[in-house]
Design a protein around this ligand. Structure first.
Ligand SMILES: Nc1ncnc2c1ncn2[C@@H]1O[C@H](COP(=O)(O)OP(=O)(O)OP(=O)(O)O)[C@@H](O)[C@H]1O
Length: 724
């Protein structure tokens, strides 16, 4: 019974293809492979859909995780170790472990080669010799269980929704439509002029009629030029309106996404997804209205062709119909090669950006040529992918020219015979040819735009990765009156209640039931071995990550009810790898506040022990700092970042190794200043001198637990370190 059911399902979809799903996040090749296998059996999903069910770790997915996710997708799985020669015995499609750090889907095994879908690059054939180098010998078969459901869970953003949400677009589109109709009128009238000249003027040698027709044609020409200009102008206006509104709202959404979204993605990919909006806008503004008119005009042109050429119309209709069918048949392939182009472009630009950002490390390690090699590989893949699309276009245009050229010759042959037979006049035939050419161009344009529109769904899916990702809960949901007035700068108390945290479903917990209570105005230190979870705890305290279970409370109010935006207004934070932004030191300390208070800026810089060094610089507080070409030393940057945190007049200050780059004297100065701040402070530090100035020290024990360290221990180790 079970096998019957299974067999039915498999045989029912025997001609279906494994969909190509390309990975977005650096470490989600395993999930993409599973989504492809599930898609092959009829459970269509994309990465956002599978991500909703299962968050992959930034470090990647193991075979065990894939078995577990497969189970959730109602796929039965079998992991096995095998030799290269046994690949043809596998149940396809199946997942292969590749290069020890990657997964691919095996879709076909031939004598000397196999076909795989690599979620990083797309479908390709790999020669046996290459397979023996890349395949680790581990494979995962997956097939539907009885509970497996065929369904479509793809999450995409609809272009119509985007348009509907854009204000002022309807009227502008109507204007373009009206102008375009005028333009069409002029275009349609021209061939009638030619026909009249040939049939009436030439035959009857009527000079007056000739003048009249030429004047009418000149007027039509003026109308054509003026309307074409007005339309181009109006299209520009619509385009800029669309792109401005869409980009602003997508940027707003991007800024609302949690830190984990960015940690898991390559920067080039995020940039490329943003760029997809440009393509959507271009297609909509340049082609949408025109193609609508093309469709409309085609019907009218069929009528005109019938009027002037009679049955010659059939030839024109057959060739255009044939062209449309071929175009529609190859759409699927065209879409997938276009998608590969986008992904390769994103990978190439990610690698490029990373190389520029890490130029110092590259130089010092003498890695330029190795890095160059990898970048060239990415570039070649990108160029090849673009070439594939261009070749396809070239082939298609050649087929189109052949088809329409052949039908023209046939029409001339049949048309001239019809003239000689006295069925139609020369003028009518010339007009017919003009309308037929217009018809071919219109239908071509219409079909192209329909395809471009369908391709928009590809860009819609890419934008959806940002637009439909779950944003942070930042709204201010104020609790009991007065409890969290954001202008209230009194020190806050903080409580962490039985917090567990893990970075992904398939990872072990980093924090295991941490509880911690910090009274208002207290200064506590957090210590522990590297990788024990100090930064992770600080991210939870700063609201950058949310606990898997448990609660963080500020002044007795859970962070979830206070809202992250209101909470962050009260927190000053120095992250381990905090950044300055392009601008002056003054602007960086004030975080680009336009109504900054210079005296308070100076006071903060003094507390952060950086004031004297700033005023000694030729441009003082106006000295420019930047992300790449920063003019500040590591320790100076750290102190400017600290001044920026204090400038906010926080009621809670969180410091993650904020003095790690400093010399003893500066560290002492900052410690003394921080010690005197009348606010609650939580300081992560390795150095004993910093820990010694806190009221108490909590230490991670390496097993995810936080234990209070006795003062004597700290002082002893301090004494020890001074003795050293
Ligand atoms: N974004 C992340 N995704 C997955 N795992 C992470 C992430 N960030 C940190 N980890 C892991 O969480 C654990 C704790 O890291 P954390 O940065 O909190 O340690 P730490 O105590 O601050 O170390 P250090 O003193 O070296 O800064 C480590 O095992 C680390 O590999």
């Amino acid at each position: 019974m079970f096998t019957d059911e299974l067999a039915k399902r498999i045989s029912g979809r025997v001609f279906s293809k494994t969909p190509v799903i390309l990975q977005t996040e650096a470490a989600e090749c395993g999930l993409a492979c599973l989504a492809m296998v599930a898609g092959r059996y009829g459970h269509e999903m994309d990465l956002p859909a599978i991500r909703r069910r299962f968050t992959a770790s930034i470090k990647g997915t193991t075979l065990k995780d894939l078995v577990q996710v497969g189970g959730q997708l109602r796929l039965a799985t079998r992991a096995l170790r095998l030799d290269l020669d046994d690949l043809d015995k596998l149940r396809l499609p199946c997942i292969l472990h590749w290069r020890h750090n990657h997964f691919v889907v095996l879709t076909r095994v031939q004598k000397n080669r196999i076909t795989i879908i690599d979620p990083a690059t797309g479908s390709r054939q790999v020669a046996r010799a290459e397979v023996s180098k890349q395949f680790t010998g581990v494979a995962l078969e997956a097939w539907p269980t009885e509970e497996f459901e065929e369904k479509n869970e793809r999450i995409r953003i609809r272009i119509t929704d985007l348009i509907r949400r854009t204000s002022g677009i309807g009227v502008a589109a109507l204007q373009v439509m009206a102008i375009s109709l005028l333009l069409e009128l002029a275009t349609i009238a021209m061939p009638i002029g030619f026909q009249l000249v040939l049939d009436e003027v030439v035959v009857a040698a009527d000079y007056d009629l000739l003048t009249l027709i030429v004047i009418a044609m000149a007027l039509m020409l003026v109308l054509q030029v003026v309307t074409a200009f007005a339309r181009a102008f109006q299209t520009m206006v619509i385009g800029s309106r669309l792109i401005l509104q869409w980009k602003v709202s997508l940027f707003d959404q991007l800024m609302r996404l949690p830190l984990s979204f960015f940690e898991k993605r390559h920067v080039g990919d995020v940039v490329s997804r943003f760029g997809s909006l440009d393509t959507v806008q271009r297609t909509l503004t340049t082609s949408a209205i025109q193609s609508f008119l093309d469709g409309l005009m085609s019907v009218f042109l069929i009528f005109m062709m019938w009027l002037y050429g009679g049955w010659l119309l059939i030839v024109a209709l057959v060739s255009t119909g044939f062209y449309t069918i071929i175009r529609a048949a190859i759409y699927g392939h065209y879409r997938s090669i276009s998608e590969e182009t986008i992904i390769h472009t994103a990978q190439e630009s990610s690698h490029f950006m990373e190389s520029v950002r890490g130029i110092g490390s590259l130089k010092v390690l003498n890695l330029e040529s190795r890095r160059r090699g990898t970048w060239i590989n990415h570039l070649v893949e990108r160029v090849n992918a673009e070439l594939r699309v261009q070749k396809f276009d070239a082939w298609f245009s050649a087929v189109g020219s052949l088809l329409f050229g052949a039908d023209r010759i046939l029409i001339i042959f049949l048309g001239v015979r019809a003239i000689l037979g006295g069925d139609i006049s020369v003028g009518m035939f010339v007009a017919f040819l003009a309308y037929k050419d217009q018809f071919a161009t219109r239908v071509n344009g219409f079909v192209n735009t329909i395809l471009q529109f369908r391709m928009l769904s590809l860009h819609g899916e890419r934008v959806a990765d940002i637009a439909l990702a779950d944003p942070e809960e930042t709204d201010r949901r104020l609790g009991p009156a007065g409890a969290h007035d954001t202008s209230d700068r009194r020190p806050s108390s903080l409580e962490v209640r039985n917090v567990h945290f893990r970075y992904a479903d398939n990872e072990a917990s980093v924090l295991k039931g941490i509880s911690l209570s910090v009274s208002a105005g207290e200064c506590i230190g957090i210590a522990g071995p590297s990788g024990s979870g100090k930064t992770t705890l600080l991210k939870l305290l700063a609201g950058l990550s949310l606990p898997t279970t448990g609660q963080v409370l500020i002044d007795g109010v859970p962070l979830s009810s206070l809202g992250l935006a209101a909470y962050r207004d009260r927190v000053g934070c120095v992250l381990q790898e905090d950044r300055l932004f392009a601008g002056s030191i003054f602007e960086n300390i004030t975080a680009f506040d336009s109504s900054a208070d210079p005296a308070w800026v100076e006071a903060c810089a003094q507390m952060a022990a950086i004031h004297n060094e700033i005023v000694a610089m030729p441009m003082g507080y106006e000295t420019l700092v930047g992300d790449m070409g920063s003019s500040l030393s590591g320790g100076q940057k750290q102190r400017v970042v600290l001044a920026r945190a204090i400038y906010r007049r926080p009621s809670l200050l969180l410091l993650d190794e904020a003095t790690s780059n400093l010399d003893h004297a500066n560290e002492q100065a900052i410690n003394a200043a921080v010690r005197c701040l009348p606010i609650t402070r939580i300081i992560i530090a390795h150095r004993e001198a910093t820990l010694a100035m806190t009221d108490r020290v909590l230490c991670f024990d390496g097993a995810g637990d936080l234990i209070e360290q006795s003062r004597s221990l700290t002082t002893n180790s301090m004494a020890q370190s001074s003795a050293d």
